[in-house]
Design a protein around this ligand. Sequence first.
Ligand code: ZN
Length: 127
Amino acid sequence: MLDKCPMTAPAARGDVVEIRAPKGARVFEVVWEHGEIARLPHALLRGFCPCAHCQGHAGPIRWTEGTEALPAEALELTDVSEVGNYAVLLTWGDGHNTGIYSFPYLARLSAIAAAPLATWRKLTFTK
Ligand SMILES: [Zn+2]
């Protein structure tokens, strides 16, 4: 669970009905079943990449230090593919493609999307 998050609980958002990742954009849009559209900056998604390479095998998911300093292509999405009916696999411009983002996880990230970087750096999510 997101620590002390006062915003919309993921359960209230329902399922994902559409994902929009326009080429060249720096924001990824998730359209939820109840009509809400979440806009997730690419830096947020990359910084909280849940893969074992970025996060290790133990402990909570936390901000990957250095994300802000990645080259521009590392924050470009080159592919978004659906995994089952529950998640998306993101492929970044630098070839990183091991992060699988479940829809509930996207909802949790949505809740902090508008927060500043300083806040992102302090938050953790249980796996
Ligand atoms: Zn990763």
